[in-house]
Design a protein around this ligand. Structure first.
Ligand code: FAD
Length: 373
């Protein structure tokens, strides 16, 4: 039986950040992940400056060995509509490959890991957790993403009012010739919203890698939407090559409509396991690492008493940090025709693209990085 203070199920950005912070606080931590690293994770790989700051990422060292794409603008619009380009004098975001980034963070955390081992069994015995009949832990952190088995055990995926985005994504290395024939600029990723504003497609270039995908709240006919988006990119000359890999699907729950399940006796959920991705953009890496830090600080302060009451500060901090989830948005109550009309007008406006879409929805420019990373 392997003993530890805290067992973290999932070694993505949320799990590894929480692990690093707990280790620094002197806890004996074990990360369990069903995959070995490096591993693919469906994701556009776009991160904001607040992520870099919170992680105290040594950018110069990181970029020497990994893809790291500074982003100084965005091209946005409604699918099929007018495109608006917005530029900034310095980088406002960055592109990374999750294949590299997640391994880097997990290795950097320096914690013990059991990789390539899924969580199969979980028992609560005398106030302790027993996992896979071979690990015993005082405290459990569910960091296993949207399909996290710990989140499922807590019923976190069964709220009928929650908004879940279903997405498909592909990332592949393109030849220099193919990249030169297309028009996607690494410094200016492209984002195109669906007519009904229920999702958006993206085309990112990171070094020689292209990342293309589309996510929607309404998962019906997702493959059709993805196919149409691919046709749109080709028709507009953005990509001129064959997509040399298969689209992969995944999902994540947005932080809106209802307060997610976050804590229970001896257990808490972070990142996608909790369902914390930002509502408009779907940015989930930042909430994952921020919730990982807040969770670690709460666990450290609980000093061995992991009752629900002692974990309550984590729930309060998440609500204070990400705000009270909004009950509904215009896509719920505006008639479809009016929504489409407004979307077409607004998305074509330079001011709306800069101030609302990019700086408010995507960059959360007014929200500073979480201290204490
Ligand atoms: C297509 C797509 C594009 C996205 N693009 C972006 C983007 O550009 N920027 C951004 O900020 N966010 C993006 N997101 C959201 C972002 O990927 C997630 O919010 C983020 O990965 C959450 O991190 P996490 O650590 O909570 O979970 P994850 O990164 O999902 O990590 C969970 C880990 O748990 C492990 N695990 C799962 N089940 C088990 C099990 N049973 N036993 C053991 N281990 C298990 C997994 O192997 C995985 O390593 C995107 C999401 C999708 C689907």
């Amino acid at each position: 039986m392997q003993q530890c203070d805290v067992l973290i199920v999932g070694g993505g950005p949320g799990g590894s950040t929480c692990a690093a912070k707990l280790r620094a606080a002197g806890a004996d931590v074990l990360v369990l992940d069903k995959r070995t690293f490096p591993r693919e994770k469906p994701c556009a790989g776009w991160i904001t400056p607040q992520v870099i700051e919170t992680l105290a990422l040594d950018v110069e060292a990181y970029r020497r060995e990994h893809v790291f794409q500074p982003i100084t603008g965005f091209r946005t619009g409604l699918l099929g509509g007018r495109e608006v380009e917005t530029h900034y004098p310095k980088p406002v975001s960055f592109g990374i490959r999750r294949y590299e980034f997640d391994r880097y963070l997990l290795e950097r955390s320096g914690v013990n890991c059991r990789l390539g081992e899924p969580l199969k069994t979980l028992e609560r015995i005398d106030g302790h957790w027993r996992a896979n009949e071979s690990i015993e832990a005082k405290m459990l952190v569910g960091a296993g993403g949207h399909f996290c088995p710990v989140a499922q055990r807590l019923g976190a995926r069964s709220n009928p009012t929650s908004s879940v985005v279903a997405a498909q994504e592909v990332e592949f290395e393109a030849s220099t010739d193919d990249l030169a024939r297309g028009s996607v600029d690494g410094a200016v990723p492209e984002l195109f919203f669906c007519d009904d504003l229920k999702g958006y497609g993206w085309c990112f270039r990171k070094g020689n890698f292209l990342n293309i995908g589309l996510g929607r709240i309404d998962s019906k006919e997702l493959s059709r939407h993805v196919g149409e988006f691919g046709d749109f990119l080709r028709d507009r000359g953005k990509i001129q090559c064959e997509i040399s890999a298969r689209f992969r699907g995944h999902a994540y729950q947005l932080y809106e409509r209802s307060v997610p399940t976050l804590i229970d006796d001896g257990v808490l959920l972070i990142g996608d396991a909790a369902g914390l991705a930002y509502a408009h953009s779907g940015e989930g890496i930042r909430p994952a690492i921020e919730s990982g830090i807040m969770a670690a600080e709460t666990i450290a302060a609980a000093a061995g008493n992991f009752s629900t009451a002692k974990l309550e500060p984590y729930r309060k901090r998440v609500l204070a940090r990400f705000g009270k989830p909004t009950a509904s948005g215009p896509t719920d109550w505006l008639p479809a025709g009016l929504l489409h009309f407004l979307a077409r007008r607004l998305m074509a406006s330079r001011m709306f693209a800069r101030k609302v879409v990019i700086e408010n929805w995507f960059l959360h420019a007014k929200e500073p990085a979480l201290a204490g990373g």
